[in-house]
Every structure is written in C-alpha cells, then in structure tokens.
Design a protein around this ligand. Structure first.
Ligand code: NAD
Ligand code: APR
Length: 237
C-alpha cells in the first residue's frame, strides 16, 4: 500500500533521524550505544557545555567526525537518494549531522541541525565546510577566536530560513515519511501532525514504536535498511 503511494506526481517529504545512520555504524542518541564515554550527547551538544568546557565538546565532535569518516552510507540512505531521482516532487529533511545522505547522493535535502563538516567562528561571521583533521581547539583564521561545530545544539533555535522551508514543504506534502527518529525532539517531532493537518498520508518507519506511532496512517517497524529498499523497488530510478 505505502509502495503505491510513492509513485506518480505526489509530493513526498521524508524526515530522517539518527536511526537511518545506525546501520552505517553511527551511534544513535537514545539507543543503547548512545553514550560517549560517560557523557550523554544531551550533556555535550549544548551551548553552556561548550562555554564551560570547549575542549571536551571539541573532543566529542572530533571523535564523531573521526567515527563518521570510517562509515559508509547504508541501503537506507541509498534508497532515499534513489527515491529522489525517481519522483519529481521530493524533499528530504534530516536531523542528522553526519552528511551520509549527501554522500549517498541525496541533493534535495535540508540538514535541519547543520553538519559535523561545517565549522563557524564563535565571534565573527567566518564559516566553512571542513572535512579535515581539526586541532583540539580550532581557531578562526580571520579573527583568531575559537571555532565551534556548525551544528544546532539543545537550547538553540534552528536557522529560521531552514525551519520555514521545512514547515512549508511538510504543509504541502501528499505523503510524509518519518524514518529512524524517536520523535522526541522539537520541532521535527511535530512535523507529522503538520502533514496530517494538511491531508497528507503519514508513514513511520522505525525500529520500534515512538510517541507518534499511534497517530500515523501506517507504521512499519523494522530496520530502515531493509524496509526502504523494499518500498522503492520497481520505481524508475
Ligand atoms: P527546543 O525544545 O529548544 O526546540 C528547538 C527549537 O524548535 C526552538 O527554537 C523552538 O522554538 C522550536 N520549536 C519547538 N517546538 C516547535 C514546533 N512545534 N514547531 C516549530 N518550532 C518548534 O529543542 P532542544 O531539544 O533544546 O534542541 C534545540 C535544537 O537543537 C533542536 O532542533 C534539536 O533537535 C537540535 N539538536 C541537535 C543536536 C545535534 O547533535 N545535531 C543535539 C541536540 C539538539
Ligand atoms: N532502522 C530504523 N530505525 C532505527 C534503526 C534502524 N536500523 N536503528 C535505530 N532506530 C530508531 C530507534 O529505535 C530510535 O527510535 O531510530 C531512532 C533514533 O532516535 P534518537 O536516537 O532519539 O535519534 P533522533 O530521533 O535523530 O534524535 C533527534 O535529538 O539529540 C538530538 O538533535 C539530535 O537530531 C537529534 C535529535
């Protein structure tokens, strides 16, 4: 049934979370492997943690960059890139910062929470894409102040333009897929409701039920790397 809805000129919007990268070996935030040493990501991915212990937060992000460099896009990422090529009206909105969707070939994408591969100055407007090895406390080449990861942290607002584009697309979707997210963190956790309020068919693809499961039109529970390739099989790439 869900497979049939992905064809034609329907507007399809997909929201992804950390679960889509789990099969690539990237730890999720709230799964068993979600800890880094004895720290929860929630304790490090925050402005106050960075202000108090910038060296620890940079150590955490340099560890994540090093880890993700060794990871490859998995069949879930590749299936979403193929889905984008197969249908004219498609948008991928990801909460992930690992860049694996782009490496898999996705181009119609909003990286809502920024990217591990972006750094920006804590003082001036310097910002850049950087895939290299960063020092423990990277400094701005323009003003010499400390750089920070180009990631949206707890307690920080999303980039307004990005949030507006996401809300606009979700509000016009005919089909909304929520893939590999625990649906616990706002504003992404409210997107399915916005889609539903505008008449979209809503589908959850997740390893286990989430607080949104009961509100979805369809809930497919299992590995995204198994379910997504099956769903898009037969769509012309
Ligand atoms: P939060 O509860 O502070 O809300 C995040 C932002 O979303 C706020 O600006 C809030 O005004 C807005 N918002 C809340 N509900 C909304 C809704 N229903 N519709 C539209 N906008 C809504 O979130 P948080 O837990 O403090 O995290 C802040 C942001 O940082 C979130 O987007 C979160 O996902 C993100 N984050 C990213 C990482 C990472 O490592 N990438 C880690 C932690 C948090
Ligand atoms: N296939 C499908 N779903 C999976 C898989 C898989 N192989 N592995 C894990 N999952 C599911 C888990 O069951 C869980 O519900 O993915 C979800 C991951 O949830 P979280 O770890 O909470 O990650 P996410 O939903 O992306 O977190 C949202 O919170 O920490 C902040 O900003 C950060 O972007 C993150 C946001």
């Amino acid at each position: 049934m869900v497979k049939a809805m992905l064809g034609g000129d329907r507007r399809v919007v997909v929201l992804t979370g950390a679960g889509v990268s789990a099969e690539s070996g990237v730890p999720t935030f709230r799964g068993r492997d979600g800890l880094w040493r004895t720290h929860r990501p929630e304790d490090l991915a925050r402005p106050d943690a960075f202000a108090a212990h910038p060296e620890l937060v940079w150590e955490f992000y340099n560890w994540r960059r090093e880890l993700v460099r060794k990871c490859e896009p998995n069949p879930a990422h590749l299936a979403l890139a193929a889905l984008e090529r197969a249908i004219p009206n498609f948008l991928l909105i990801t909460q992930n910062v690992d860049g694996l969707h782009v490496r898999a070939g996705s181009r119609k994408i909003l990286e809502m929470h920024g990217s591990l591969w972006q750094v920006r100055c804590t003082v001036c407007s310097h910002a850049r894409e950087d895939h290299g090895d960063l020092p423990e406390m990277p400094e701005c080449p323009v003003c010499g102040h400390l750089l920070r990861p180009g990631v949206v942290w707890f307690g920080e607002p999303l980039v307004p333009g990005v949030l507006r584009l996401a809300i606009e697309a979700v509000g016009k979707a005919d089909v909304f897929l929520s893939v590999g997210t625990s649906s616990l963190v706002q504003p992404a956790a409210s997107f399915y409701q916005l889609a539903k309020d505008h008449g979209a068919v809503t589908v959850e693809i997740n390893l286990e039920p989430t607080p949104s499961t009961g509100f979805m039109d369809f809930a497919l529970h299992g590995m995204a790397g198994d379910i997504l390739p099956e769903l898009i099989a037969g769509l012309s790439d």
